[in-house]
Design a protein around this ligand. Structure first.
Ligand SMILES: Nc1nc2c(c(=O)[nH]1)N[C@H]1C(S)=C(S)[C@@H](COP(=O)(O)OP(=O)(O)OC[C@H]3O[C@@H](n4cnc5c(=O)[nH]c(N)nc54)[C@H](O)[C@@H]3O)O[C@H]1N2
Ligand SMILES: Nc1nc2c(c(=O)[nH]1)N[C@H]1C(S)=C(S)[C@@H](COP(=O)(O)OP(=O)(O)OC[C@H]3O[C@@H](n4cnc5c(=O)[nH]c(N)nc54)[C@H](O)[C@@H]3O)O[C@H]1N2
Ligand code: SF4
Ligand SMILES: [Mo]
Length: 838
């Protein structure tokens, strides 16, 4: 019998689902059956609000103010479309996380050296007064550009989110802005300069049912979108509907998105996807296929395939009255065209053609397989190409992404249902009103990744040197270093940012730097704060949240209600920001005289009217309080977006400078001439996509000569969402933190499963266990990112000359070098060496 039917039947019989408690003998007729232990539990709806792209609802059971257990959503029949939003193992461990021994219980101030983790408890009054005083002092002394709220993707609240601190800053003159993100920085720039999009306008996952060939680069929805309603589930459903679909996966690791669902796995060396794409392009062009099949499409919809298309666009720009377009024309050079580059003719004669044999040596994938993929692409009527963000999180990941996007252009099938352009699949989500942040009087923005450098040298940042935005000309300086960092629901303060030893040095050495951390747990970054504010956890919160950004075709909204009162001396981010605002004389402006309940009612009503015609199930009730009783509202958004449909079939120009697909980007040609480049190997910008040899890449002979023979690929593991959930013992048991090594390499290093190694490079040393597995390409080792940095208690120094990180954080090994165009994070580009520990 199915569990559901058993439950239904036992309920109908009026007895609990515990079989032993149900006895129908007549002797017992007057005996009240013992109550099942669950009967007097209170039920509340909460949500898991990490940055994994879903916000799964969580059903919280409590008794007498104590959380007894949590369950996932199984409120509706599990029929695809309006299906159950089942939480993954992380969400299901939320009770452990809420009651973790390292919960921050009271505000604290630093008494030791920064990073030493010596704190004493203080009152909320003292904590918020100290923050207010220092914030005002920094603003008076250096201006609002010296104030920065660091990244913070740890809690996707609607109301009591870290946006509350932006609201506060904007009331006192603003703070330095940041553009870009750790997830997609390089690909956002690549997509913008190719398609005029933001990198998430690929065809929706469910349109895969119309495809006849799937080509995925670093595409791993089964591990990164684990929610029962996420992209991973949509992907499975599409594969089930389209049983004959040929699926080729290209990844240095054999991921859970494969496990038999793929037709072919091609283990590629990290950072070499552009070489692979160029060899496929060579096959498509050199066989005459492009001329015969797609040249018409390319000529009509794209600029840059050949010299003539570039000359034509150059003439249009030269004749424009727009000064910037005239500058573009002056930079454009038609000898830099894609055809000549791939074929190794004209300007590129010396470098030679991008043949499969050339790419085989770089990628590790045989020429025969490269030809096979090219063949499949040429034969496909609706090829669906998608590149995951692991490909972009590389030194010059911009080039890899642009090179992969090119393949979709060469097929000439864009706009056909079932085809896609290489971007991440488009997914809509339900709208939800959040706390208004007001507007920021400060206009300048740095790249999110450069904040540590901006502590030391922000005053000298310009657009030309660091890609800052919001200044009048490329040489105008930002004019201030960062002196105040507010880190809220954020571990980028240390653990999630590149090169931990460098970050720690900067935070320790900064001359005048005040740091606030607002978190729920004593994280590695919180140890560097001057003041720590303890936030309430999700299970203690009332809030309103939507389905986040990658929840697939199902949209949903959860009206969260607190299962238990704020524990210890914790307060929400809204309350914390309101207290600081009060101390800075803007308390009334901040709260507008409203209570938490008033805000939530207002935001609920706004949300409700924005979705009035959407037809959510069940319908939204009149008040927020009633909505909290219901908990979850869902709507099948039915995404059927086809990439570039409105351009190819609807005649709507793209928002690139030319209005067309840009194989040749005039803006990048301009930046190649005007931006500072070539500070390190691979730091270069080119008008057309080109495979680039980078520092710590496969072809970085300097790093190999320096003693680092293995490429280290990071990945997002099922055991955590970034650093979130690291402190849950169940998850540490379920997903072992071990570095994957291929049996060929393991034999060379004489390693067997379970051995402990020191993995190191010039940036640092970590100690980790080894997992020997053919699921990783030879010459590559792979480690899940997000483990918490922990310096060895005895200060043991590793081969790197740095204290060994026994926590095993991959960012102890990553390098701080902003990428050329996006100034983004290259955290998957690393070279390392291993030694076995005795
Ligand atoms: N379980 C879990 N889910 C998560 C997260 C998490 O931490 N844990 N984080 C969330 C967030 S914020 C984000 S941004 C996304 C991240 O999602 P992604 O960026 O897609 O995740 P990654 O694991 O970094 O990379 C995906 C795959 O790319 C492969 N890869 C790495 N380098 C290369 C390369 O050079 N070429 C090719 N072809 N493949 C490569 C990796 O082996 C991996 O299997 O995941 C989200 N979901
Ligand atoms: N080497 C390497 N580094 C990476 C990546 C990689 O692939 N490799 N991925 C990058 C990516 S894609 C991303 S998005 C970033 C993510 O980096 P972060 O945005 O820093 O994400 P988390 O590590 O999840 O940290 C979130 C923090 O929020 C805290 N938190 C959780 N719930 C609450 C709450 O209710 N209130 C408060 N106040 N705090 C809370 C958690 O304890 C944690 O400290 O990491 C990046 N770093
Ligand atoms: S980590 Fe993501 S998939 Fe897992 S429960 Fe939380 S929101 Fe859902
Ligand atoms: Mo991310």
């Amino acid at each position: 019998m199915e569990r559901r039917s058993f439950l239904k039947m036992s309920a109908a019989l009026g007895c609990a689902a515990t079989v032993s408690g149900c006895n129908s003998s007549s002797d017992d007729a007057n005996v009240v059956p013992p109550k099942p232990p669950v009967s007097d539990e209170q039920i509340n709806w909460s949500s898991c609000l990490v940055n994994c792209g879903s916000n799964c609802p969580i059903k919280v059971f409590s008794r007498d103010g104590i959380i007894t257990r949590v369950e996932t959503d199984h409120e509706v029949e599990d029929v695809y479309g309006l299906h159950q939003i089942r939480a993954c193992a992380r969400g299901r461990s939320l009770r452990q996380r809420a009651y973790a021994p390292d919960r921050l219980k009271t505000p604290m101030k630093r008494v030791g050296e920064r990073g030493e983790a010596k704190f004493v408890p203080i009152t909320w009054d003292e904590a918020t007064q100290t923050i207010a005083d220092n914030l005002q002092r920094v603003i008076n002394q250096y201006g609002n550009k010296a104030v920065f709220r660091s990244y913070g993707s740890g809690a996707y609240y609607g109301f009591a989110s870290n946006a509350c601190f932006n609201r506060l800053f904007n009331l006192v003159g603003g703070c330095l802005n940041a553009y870009g993100n750790y997830s997609w920085a390089q690909q956002m720039e690549a997509a913008k300069h190719t398609f005029g999009t933001g990198s998430t306008q690929g065809s929706s996952t469910i349109t895969l049912e119309h495809s006849d060939f799937f080509l995925g680069f670093g595409y791993n929805p089964s591990e990164i979108r684990q929610s029962g309603s996420g992209e991973g589930y949509d992907y499975l459903q599409a594969l089930m509907k389209n049983n004959g679909l040929k699926v080729v996966m290209i990844d240095p690791r054999y991921t859970d998105s494969m496990l038999g669902k793929e037709s072919m796995w091609l283990p590629i060396r990290p950072g070499t996807d552009a070489a692979f794409a160029e060899a496929v392009a060579f096959e498509m062009i050199s066989t005459g296929w492009v001329d015969a099949n797609s040249l018409g499409f390319i000529n009509e919809y794209a600029v840059g395939y050949d010299a003539a298309s570039i000359e034509k666009q150059k003439a249009l720009f030269a004749a424009s009255s727009d000064a910037k377009e005239q500058e573009y024309a002056a930079c454009m050079d038609s000898s830099d065209n894609y055809h000549d580059y791939i074929m190794g003719v004209g300007k590129f004669a010396a470098q030679g053609a991008r043949t499969p044999e050339w790419a085989e040596k770089i990628t590790g994938i045989s020429a025969a397989y490269i030809r096979q993929v090219a063949e499949d692409l040429m034969n496909a009527k609706a090829p669906y190409i998608v590149a995951g963000a692991g490909v972009n999180r590389q030194a010059n990941g911009e080039q890899s992404m642009r090179a992969l996007y090119m393949l979709s252009v060469l097929t000439g099938k864009l706009g056909t249902p079932g085809a896609s352009n290489g971007e991440l699949p488009y997914m809509s989500s339900m709208s939800r009103a959040g706390i208004p942040t007001g507007s920021n009087p400060v206009k300048e923005a740095i790249s999110f990744f450069t904040w540590t450098e901006a502590i030391e040298n922000g005053e000298n940042f310009t657009a030309r040197t660091h890609g800052i935005r919001g200044t009048a000309d490329p040489d105008e300086k930002l004019g201030s270093n960062i002196h105040f960092v507010f880190s809220a629901s954020d571990s980028s303060l240390l653990n999630q940012h590149a090169e931990i030893n460098n970050t720690a040095r900067i935070l320790r050495d900064a001359e005048d730097l005040f740091i606030v951390s607002c978190d729920c747990w004593m994280t590695p970054g919180a140890k560097f704060a001057d003041i720590i504010l303890p936030d309430t956890s999700w299970l203690e919160s009332n809030d309103l949240v939507n389905d986040s950004y990658a929840s697939g075709s199902l949209g949903y909204l959860t009206a969260m209600s607190a299962a238990v009162k704020p524990m210890w001396d914790c307060k929400s981010m809204y309350e914390a920001a309101a207290m600081i605002a009060e101390k800075m004389g803007v308390g009334q402006l901040f709260t507008e005289g409203k209570t938490e309940a008033d805000w939530l009612e207002e935001l609920y009503q706004k949300t409700k009217s924005a979705s009035a015609n959407l037809g959510v199930s069940p319908a939204f009730p009149a008040s927020y309080k009633e909505a909290q009783k219901i908990g979850v509202f869902r709507k099948n958004m039915g995404d059927k977006y086809v990439a570039l449909d409105s351009y190819v079939n609807g005649g709507k120009a793209l928002s690139t400078p030319s209005g067309k697909i840009e194989i040749y980007s005039a803006e990048l040609a301009w930046r190649a001439k005007n931006w500072e480049q070539n500070k390190v190997k691979g730091d270069s910008i080119t008008a057309i996509p080109q495979y680039t040899v980078t520092w710590d890449g496969y072809e970085d002979q300097d790093a190999i000569d320096a003693g680092f023979p293995l490429q280290l690929a990071g990945y997002h593991t099922k055991g955590r969402t970034h650093s979130s959930y690291h402190n849950v013992p169940w998850l540490r048991e379920a997903v072992e933190d071990a570095v994957w090594i291929n049996p060929i390499d393991a034999a060379a290093y004489q390693l067997t499963a379970g051995d402990v190694v020191e993995m190191y490079n010039e940036r640092g040393s970590i100690e980790v266990k080894v997992r020997v597995t053919p699921r990783v390409a030879p010459g590559v080792v792979a480690l899940g990112q997000g483990a918490w940095y922990l310096a060895d208690a005895n200060g043991r120094i590793g081969q790197s000359g740095k204290v060994i990180d026994v926590g095993g954080a991959i960012n102890t090994l990553t390098r701080y070098i902003p990428s050329p165009v996006a100034k983004g994070n290259p955290q998957h580009t690393n070279r390392v060496q291993l030694i076995k520990k005795a």
